[in-house]
Design a protein around this ligand. Sequence first.
Ligand code: XMP
Length: 602
Amino acid sequence: MTSKENVKIAIIDFGGQYTHLIARRIRKLGIYSEIYQPENFHLNKEPNVVGIIFSGGPKSITDNQYKIQFDIRELKVPLLGICYGHQLISALLGGRVLRGKSREYGLTTIHCETKSALFNGLSQEQKVWMSHYDYIEALPEGFRITASSNLTKIVAYESQDRKIFGMQFHPEVTHTINGMAMLNKFISICTNIRPWNSEDYKDVIIDKIRKGVGNKKVFLFLSGGVDSTVSLMLCIKAIGNENVFPIYIDTGFMRENETFEIKNRFEKLGVKNLKIINAGKLFLQKLKWIVNPEQKRKIIGQLFIKILNKELLKMKTSNNWMLVQGTIYPDTIESGDSKNSTKIKTHHNRVFEIEKLIKQGKVIEPLKELYKDEVRELGKSLGLPEELLQRHPFPGPGLAIRIIASDTDKPETSYNQDEHYLNDILKPYKFQAMILPIKSVGVQGDTRTYNHPALIWSNEHRKPNWDTLRECANKIVNQLNSVNRVLFSLEKLNGELRLRRCYLNKKQIDLLRKVDAIVWKYVYSIKEIWQMPVVSIPLFDDKGRQVFVIRPVCSKDGMTADFYQMDFALLEKIIEELKTIRELGNLCYDITTKPPGTIEWE
Ligand code: XMP
């Protein structure tokens, strides 16, 4: 362990949505932080912990009180409770927590005691983000109220003698305007040093890899993206180029020229043992008739492991190997990995076969705690070139999850009723609309949805306004149960769109690759676009031309995203060039935020 890690804040996770964000904020404030499950945190075994934070959580104190493995009456380090954590501390020390009569969600103004430890120097009125139902009715002895809102008397409390603090709101979310300042004050009570900066993570991770790997060989699936590249370079630093065996699998679902570029890139970076495996035929054979997105993802993950096993046999490594994966935090939370989160989609590095290896202790995931922007920072500190670090994320399953397949040409009718409401919603606007007979994945209320997109278009020549489109998209998704995504057709719809049987075959992949490459040429230099999937859907116009969708999004970490508002003049240029592809019909623009839509369609 490095000295930078010797001072740390422990975050006890009670299943809050933002637990991970707390850890990230604390690291940003210059202190290493680690998340622990309540049953696994034993304070007497953690000499480096200088402060503890109790997270929020979905359960009610009144019917479920988590057990913690230490007595907070005996605590020698400062403690901060947030939301559920704030209530739990109070309950554990003899205060009274009750079921709420009304909920307090979202932005709230609170009145703070400006002489209190965590609000001093801030103005009396603070805008904070609330999300609670239960509340503290009476504080334990020796504590005093330090903030209140119109609805809640005990919004924050403190005992400066015991260095224990509580906040009903969430200082870790950006909507709490001075949240960082408040957390900063808590950290100052814990320690007067700030040894951590994101670059230091590099040393910690390298150390962890070295210890975790020992004298084994390391295999690593390299996609050429930021996460796997940063993981690779960390491994090379940790155990040397000769002991690291990156495997790049060309699944046949890569973008144009990708394999060639990757080969060049890693040669330039001096990577020694890169193995390129052309497995296009195998992937295509196994995926050819698959329509269900989760099934696609599972097959892809399984094939990765099958190929790894073959390589292991060839190299006669017996059991003397480890697999390193570039998994980042959103991959795990969306795969339902955190104890209390639900599955949105199975990321390719979280399929059953990999889970099995993880249980056997064969997998190291050095970036598991980080978000994409943190990985990019880490890559920068490793000296990786900017053009590589700023590459758009590309999912492990590649174009396979951007080709929406269909094994029927008979549209469902279950959403007919909603189609009627759809037209009602759009009455004030000059748009036409329909619900499409296909489905895509969404994330609503923290759970997965698999529902229909609505398509809207205008018969007028005037360019629509993005704000109006956004307003329509919000209304549609909020009001129609069968819709989780909204598209805008960039051209008038001529005639009906027909659902056709459509599968993952070479012709379809080649077509998507072609469209993707053209669009990409126009948008790659737009910095605001974080990622831009191009998706083919199994709908065809009356000339037999297929509908495609572009999904440019702005995001910081992929957890939430907004659609990018592209200049219509640029879109016209793109459409003009796409007209050279005769199989291509209408181009649609995905105007869904995340939530309710995920970035990828499947
Ligand atoms: P969603 O579609 O869930 O995606 O909003 C969030 C981010 O994750 C990427 N993604 C993946 N990355 N393996 C990956 O390495 C996967 O299986 C996978 N699925 C989605 C997606 O492209 C976006 O950047």
